[in-house]
Design a protein around this ligand. Structure first.
Ligand code: UDX
Length: 441
């Protein structure tokens, strides 16, 4: 089928590329000329494993193209995907101006009946709004149908997830739209769940809010474990064996970041508020996350009462491994606070340093390797569990003034750190120095 995708951010680009890979003819439309020029040459604007390779393959096989011209992209399309951003307004609600503009662009450029599929994360009721805008601006006699088809991809494994997701949700209100969009998605081989449009819109927010809740819950349990001397890794494993709970998203750490959970949790609080429902539980989830992002600073302050003038290594900057995405990463808050307290901050990340330079405080310095970052430092903070960090030779920490590692991602076994004489503080686990003291001789 001929499909246009409006917006080539993370969701739009991955959607366009995967749809081309299963045989559809895709034109991706974006207003950014530089970006489009790069993508036409197979260069991905984001770091996502496997994405550039699939882009190049499908461009060469003539199923994937990019344009800034709405008319060129939309004229031939039988289906249009809206995948533009829905950034956070100051009050936490979703800004729908890009979605509304996409709807007007569709109406102004199509010359036949059209199915519009919304991939952007939009509040319940937005697809009705999109339908109204398009129908009002469409030439007489043409019809539009709208479908909600929310996105559940995880950054860093988005291509894999496209072909191995748990479900594809299709929200529609006509058999015609269901059957066309089902046909489009069939080749992915992923189970399809069909529902009404509003429920589909809600499934996206409810899923992200639930996963965020799991993370904030386990983070609070980890804080209590620390106070009681239990080990969160054992607790998570034991909990996750109960299939009603499930083992995923029970990894304690420094809170969730990224482009979805922070934004979508706040938006759902707003959506509920608009119908005069106070989502108390979710407000708690958001507050816990805010506190958890600062937990490494509290731990550092306990270990080193004065950090002014000290060299602090920060290892890992992206909000999670295998991405260069810095959005809502705890590294923003952590580096800002370190600088505020007068530390000399030397950061290292395998992929995200270029992005970080335009986001973090300009006083943050960047190292070429883990070794350079930790050399002669007074403490090393671990913020992202990149495999390069998890697999580093522990001897590297002997280059510090005195090995003090504060790990927000539980990258290392306590015993290994203890054996290497490293004062090691992690999340929800005993402190290795205490283990050293308590160990039988
Ligand atoms: C998330 C959802 O998983 C995805 O379905 C949705 O479409 C977009 O939002 P993403 O933001 O890419 O995907 O990353 P995810 O792997 O879900 O992690 C989000 C954050 O939660 C990261 O900061 C991660 O470190 C944190 N996290 C995740 C934990 O702290 N503990 C966990 O157990 C899992």
């Amino acid at each position: 089928m001929r499909i246009a995708v409006i917006g080539t951010g993370y969701v739009g680009l991955v959607t366009g590329v995967s749809l081309s890979e299963i045989g559809h003819h895709i034109t991706c439309i974006d207003v950014n000329e530089d970006k489009v020029a790069k993508m036409q040459n197979g260069i991905s604007p984001i770091y996502e494993p496997g994405l550039s390779e699939l882009m190049t393959k499908n461009i060469n096989e003539k199923r994937l193209s990019f344009t800034t011209d709405h008319q060129e992209g939309l004229q031939q399309a039988e289906i249009v995907y809206i995948a533009v951003g829905t950034p956070e307004n100051i009050d936490g609600s979703a800004d729908l101006s890009f979605v509304a503009q996409a709807a007007k662009d569709i109406a102004g450029n199509v010359e036949h009946n059209i199915i519009v599929v919304t991939k952007s994360t939009v509040p319940v009721g937005t697809n009705d709004m999109i339908k109204d805008i398009i129908q009002t601006h469409l030439p007489n006699g043409l019809m539009v149908e709208v479908v909600s088809n929310p996105e559940f991809l995880k950054e860093g494994s988005a291509i894999h997830d496209s072909f191995h997701g748990d479900r594809i949700v299709i929200g529609a209100d006509s058999e015609h739209a269901f059957s066309i969009i089902e046909q489009v998605n069939q080749p992915f081989g992923v189970p399809i769940f069909k529902t009404d449009i509003k429920s589909a819109e809600m499934i996206k927010y409810a899923s992200n809010a639930f996963l965020a809740t799991k993370i904030s819950f386990i983070n609070e349990i980890s804080n209590i474990c620390e106070l009681l001397g239990a080990n969160i890794e054992n607790v998570s494993t034991g909990m996750g064996l109960d299939q009603r709970i499930g083992s995923q998203f029970l990894k304690a750490g420094i809170g969730y970041g990224g482009s979805c959970f922070p934004k979508d949790t706040k938006a759902l609080i707003q959506i509920a508020g608009n119908v005069e429902y106070e989502f108390e539980l979710l407000k708690g989830v958001v507050n816990v996350n805010k506190k958890q992002q600062g937990i490494l600073i509290s731990k550092l302050n306990d270990c080193l009462p004065v950090i002014s003038g000290k060299k602090i290594a920060v290892l890992g900057l992206s909000f999670k491994p295998n991405t260069d995405d810095m959005r809502e990463s705890a590294s923003i808050l952590v580096t800002e606070e370190l600088i505020k307290q007068g530390a000399k901050v030397v950061a290292y990340d395998p992929i995200a340093m270029e992005n970080a330079k335009s986001i973090l405080n300009p006083l943050v310095q960047y190292a070429d390797s883990i070794e350079d970052a930790v050399e002669n430092s007074d403490a090393a903070l671990i913020l992202t569990d990149w495999s390069e960090i998890k697999n580093v030779e522990l001897a590297v920490f002997n280059k510090m003034k005195k090995p003090l590692v504060i790990d927000g991602r539980n990258c290392f076994a306590l015993k290994a750190m203890e054996n290497n004489g490293i004062d090691y503080h992690s999340i929800g686990r005993p402190v290795s120095a205490k283990l050293i003291e308590a160990a039988p001789i």
